[in-house]
Structures are given as structure tokens and as C-alpha cells.
Write a protein that binds this ligand. Structure first.
Ligand code: ADP
Length: 222
């Protein structure tokens, strides 16, 4: 599903955020990327999500060598094959949960009625079938994050990337969000979760630990 080979990312100003990272993630894996602040986790997510290109090295996602794709082709790859979830939810205030989720199909050319129907199905999938018309301010943090996950998966991406998805949540809400991510993984979605929470990472099948832009260690749950 994802191959990073000798990936280095140097930001303007000379910060070497990734330093020769080689990593392979298979279809259907559930992986945690951990490490202290500044170790390169978000930069890694940008590479995995084709949001940015490496300074050197090779990135392949879903069989596509990112360096060979135009910006337009990369946008299409992201729109159809990759879902994103961020710590801050990024929901539109004033729009219902259903319409926020339906927005996940905005660029797929799906008519509005079909978008709404699929949004309702996606919200049922994350346990929010009873919150379709609630606006973000009427939802708890955990519910908001589940709306964001429903939006990320409405187009049925092969890969879901989550950057600190429980970072703004209390323990119980965080556990609920993790349960939803696990369920998605059980239906064959490849899920990569970036977190600095070691307890949370320890619950996942595979853990990749970053330090100073390199992979420091890897662990696989028995
Ligand atoms: P993490 O997600 O583990 O906190 P990041 O990938 O955000 O780590 O950052 C790795 C390093 O790259 C840090 O030293 C950070 O300051 C630097 N960095 C991140 N983004 C940029 C950027 N856009 N421009 C310059 N430096 C950056």
C-alpha cells in the first residue's frame, strides 16, 4: 500500500525533518507512528498522504510513484484513495453533521442527494446515526472527531491517515475514536495513526517509533 525508500525531507532553512526513512506498510495494516514532538511524524504523514514531495528518496502510494504524478494526478489520488483525520476536526461550523460528512464527496462529482444518503450511512457506521442534524457546537469532542472520520471515509478510501486524532479528547472519548478506527481497519482499510501517546500506540498491531527524522525502532503486537 505504501513504500517509503530512503526518504529525506529538508525544509527551507535546512531542517532535516526526515532523514533516509525506509518503511513499507501493507494493505489492511493498522500502524501507529510515535515519537517525541519534532521527530518528524507530521512530515511523515505529509509524505504518506502525498501532501508534500520528498527532497530525495522514493514514495509510492497504492502502486503510484508519487514523483511521477502531476499535481493534478496527486489531487485525484488523495480525493479517491486517501482519507485524512486531524486533531482539530476541521468541521464547518453551522453545517449539520450530515452535510459536513457529505462534503467528503464534493470533488467526486456525486449529486447532492446521493452525497447525503452516503453521509447518513457513514455516520451510522461511526455510531452517530442519531446525530445527523446536529451542528458541531451541539456535539461532544469525541462525536466531532467521529464526524470527521465519517467524512474521511465516505469515499471509501483504501488508506486512512490520522494525525493525533485523540489529541484533543478525554480518555473515554479517545477510546471511542480508536474503536471506530479499529472497525475501519477490520473492514480492510489501511489505517496509520500518528500519536505521541505511547499507551494508545501500544494498542495497535504495529508501532513505528521516530526520533530525529529517523525510524528508531519498530514493534509488532503478538
Ligand atoms: P512531529 O510531527 O514529530 O512533531 P514534524 O514533522 O512536525 O515533527 O517536524 C519535524 C521537524 O521539522 C521539526 O524540527 C520542525 O520544526 C520542522 N518543520 C516541520 N514543518 C516545517 C516547515 N514547514 N518548515 C520548516 N521546518 C519545519
Amino acid at each position: 500500500m505504501i513504500e517509503l525508500a530512503g526518504v529525506t525531507k529538508v525544509y527551507p532553512g535546512g531542517v532535516r525533518a526526515l532523514d533516509g526513512v525506509t518503511l513499507s506498510i501493507g494493505a489492511g495494516e493498522l500502524v501507529a507512528v510515535t515519537g517525541p514532538s519534532g521527530s518528524g511524524k507530521s512530515t511523515m504523514l505529509h509524505m504518506l498522504g502525498t501532501l508534500d514531495r520528498p527532497t530525495s528518496g522514493r514514495v509510492a502510494v497504492d502502486g503510484h510513484d508519487v514523483s511521477r504524478l502531476s499535481d493534478r494526478q496527486l489531487s485525484a489520488l488523495r480525493a479517491f484513495r486517501i482519507g485524512f483525520v486531524f486533531q482539530q476536526f476541521h468541521l464547518a461550523a453551522g453545517a449539520s453533521a450530515r452535510d459536513n460528512v457529505a462534503d467528503g464527496l464534493l470533488y467526486a462529482g456525486v449529486p447532492i442527494r446521493e452525497r447525503r444518503r452516503r453521509a447518513e450511512a457513514a455516520l451510522h457506521r461511526v455510531g452517530l446515526g442519531h446525530r445527523l442534524r446536529h451542528q458541531p457546537h451541539e456535539l461532544s469532542g469525541g462525536e466531532r472527531q467521529r464526524v470527521a472520520i465519517a467524512r474521511a471515509v465516505i469515499a471509501e478510501p483504501a488508506l486512512l491517515l490520522a494525525d493525533e486524532p485523540t489529541g484533543n479528547l478525554d480518555t473515554a472519548s479517545g477510546a471511542g475514536v480508536m474503536a471506530v478506527l479499529r472497525e475501519l481497519h477490520a473492514t480492510r482499510t489501511t489505517v496509520v495513526v500518528i500519536t505521541h501517546d505511547r499507551d494508545l500506540a501500544a494498542q495497535l498491531d504495529r508501532q513505528v517509533r521516530m526520533r530525529d527524522g529517523r525510524i528508531e525502532s519498530e514493534a509488532v503486537a503478538c
